[in-house]
Design a protein around this ligand. Structure first.
Ligand code: SAH
Length: 360
């Protein structure tokens, strides 16, 4: 039995069943045994692989989209260039390499990383050794300044709660103990006013998810961007409106039982983009853009062809596979979406406005 499982069993024995949010928080960020606090989980040899780790093209195109948005808003200086949950620091390194030639962008950028894991902070420090970087614990610590913000697969790691519809109330799905095993149970149904708006689109037995920690982060981003200028690109899996159980655990790229080995698997849930967009008002949310469409609009095919001319054999094959993986509807192309926030009167971020429609 893992030390974290023992700790959770003791806690349940002492204080009763845990919400899924408490369980996720402990598994991912327990200071001694948490998944992110104790390891580097990324890449082919790790548990999962993210878009910036699949290909440099992802970060390059995002960097150019952010820089164009900064130019479109008058190139304010200084501004905060922030990333939440930067993992290995690969995305920020690619953003910075791709924007080197944008006059004034690096000189004006105050690079700021929001990261909870000390282990990953060390890896980020190495990846970004050529730059002056500040780490902060939460979005609430972002300075009052224009803000260009990126997060890839950050919001999906924030703790969720699950509620199952029971009459006009909701039974919370909790984690409890059965002997030495952790199992799911349902708490007694009760009304939750915060879920009143879901009574209209759910039926008996349906599961809905809430992610309370995401809302103040979105509110902070929206307030800074609307007041000082800037933009946020939030990339994650999920859709406009969450419905159903999306809680999942991955080990070595395979789905596993999320209760079997706490602290050893990556735990995620889909992002409810509608709630993020609502919480970010008065910033304006562009229509949700599928990742494949976003990257195609930004010119990934031309970039892929240019890179391909320098590659042969296995390197060429894996480059072609990476392009497909990032964009194809059967891979990450439609599963992942981009929510873009801007001030209401600013141009939309390239790639997130539908070029076929007049600017809103
Ligand atoms: N963006 C990276 C990594 C995604 S994994 C990539 O695309 O490869 C999630 C990241 O969010 C990790 O860096 C993890 O340590 C961090 N993280 C998770 N919960 C966090 C929290 N509550 N506050 C700050 N960082 C958090």
């Amino acid at each position: 039995m893992t030390p974290l499982k023992e700790k959770l069993l003791r806690r349940i024995a002492a204080t009763g069943p845990m919400t899924l949010a408490d369980y996720m928080q402990s598994c991912l960020l327990d200071p001694e045994h948490g998944y992110y606090t104790t390891r580097d989980p990324f890449g082919r040899t790790g548990d999962f692989i993210t878009a910036p780790e699949i290909s440099q093209m992802f970060g390059e195109l995002i960097g150019l989209a952010l820089a164009q948005s900064w130019l479109d808003q008058g190139a304010p200086s200084p501004f905060t260039l922030a990333e939440a949950g930067p993992g290995r620091g690969t995305l920020m390194a690619d953003i910075l390499r791709a924007t080197r030639a944008v006059p004034g962008f690096h000189a004006a950028a105050r690079i700021t990383l929001i990261e909870a894991s000390p282990t990953l902070r060390d890896i980020q420090r190495t990846a970004l050794a050529d730059y002056d970087v500040t780490w902060i614990d939460t979005a609430a610590d972002l300075p009052d300044a224009p803000l260009w913000f990126i997060a890839n697969e950050f919001f999906d790691a924030l703790p969720i709660r699950q509620f199952q519809r029971a009459g006009d109330g909701w039974a919370e799905r909790v984690v409890t103990a059965q002997g030495e095993a952790l199992t799911f149970a349902l708490a007694a149904p009760q009304p939750y006013p915060a879920l009143d708006h879901r009574l209209a689109d759910t039926r008996e037995g349906d599961v809905v998810e809430t992610c309370a920690p995401a809302l103040p982060i979105a509110a902070t981003l929206g307030a800074k961007i609307a007041e000082h200028g800037g933009a946020a690109l939030i990339v994650d899996y999920g859709g406009w409106h969450s419905l159903g159980d999306t809680f999942q655990a991955l080990t070595a790229h395979e789905p596993v039982d999320p209760l079997a080995a706490p602290g050893q698997a990556d735990l995620t849930a889909h992002v409810d983009f509608e709630r993020l967009a609502q919480a970010a008002a008065p910033a304006r949310a562009a229509p949700l853009t599928p990742q494949g469409v976003f990257l195609e609009r930004l010119g990934i095919t031309a970039r892929a062809q240019a890179l391909a001319t320098q590659l042969r054999d296995d390197a060429l094959a894996s480059h072609i596979a990476a392009h497909r993986r990032l964009t194809h509807p059967e891979e990450m192309g439609t599963l992942f979406h981009i929510l873009a926030l801007t001030p209401p009167d600013a141009p939309m971020v390239p790639g997130t406005a539908d070029p076929g429609r007049a600017a809103e």
